[in-house]
Design a protein around this ligand. Sequence first.
Ligand SMILES: CC(C)(COP(=O)(O)OP(=O)(O)OC[C@H]1O[C@@H](n2cnc3c(N)ncnc32)[C@H](O)[C@@H]1OP(=O)(O)O)[C@@H](O)C(=O)NCCC(=O)NCCS
Length: 197
Amino acid sequence: MGFGWEGKLVRLVPIDLEKHLGNAYRWINDPGSAENTGLGDFPLTRMTERDWLESASKNSNQEVSFAVELLSGEHIGLTGLRAINWKDRSAITGTMIDKEYWGKGYGADAARVRSSYAFEVLGLRYLTSEVQEGNEGSLRMLKKVGYAECGRYPQRLWKRGKFVDEILLYMTREMWERGKTYEQTSSSDGSYLAVFG
Ligand SMILES: CC(C)(COP(=O)(O)OP(=O)(O)OC[C@H]1O[C@@H](n2cnc3c(N)ncnc32)[C@H](O)[C@@H]1OP(=O)(O)O)[C@@H](O)C(=O)NCCC(=O)NCCS
């Protein structure tokens, strides 16, 4: 068994600057990849990205960041929980997958492993995510793993020449449990929980 929280296609592993910085720096500055994150239109220096990854990789009570790797160990993305609120037991989620790997189910698998980790390991009960209107890949991925749309801020975000809506999504632990039961009855091994080892 590999090292990390494992799904069917990917593994979530701790961020290792040496292995993951180069890709993160490339993805975050790629206008196509970062178009929907609100970050990519401002160039980020390697130093800034390094600082971010370094802080993301430090033990924090409010944030958990992972590198997403294929089961073979190849680094293909980043995912995590931020603004963890231990009183409400909620967190905000986000994912970035290397453009070369889009549409192959890796993002959804990473989001499932992250959900399992959030609900079953950390004991959270409420995950939220915000998606820019037009980010069909992210919207589809989140709905596929059990998030539901619960509203939108009309015309909230400036995106390359026009204002677009910000779409709000959420998933409770109960919604996750229902989705997982469905997954388990429709797949052979079922579990999205694996341990380091
Ligand atoms: C959002 C993102 C993580 C999705 O990763 P992914 O590996 O492509 O996701 P998956 O393949 O698991 O699932 C995406 C689903 O959306 C569909 N999809 C992907 N891109 C799409 C597009 N442009 N239009 C419509 N559907 C799309 C896929 O076909 C798939 O649905 P399916 O399983 O029914 O075929 C990835 O596109 C990404 O990193 N985008 C840039 C960063 C970003 O926008 N992050 C989210 C910020 S809120």
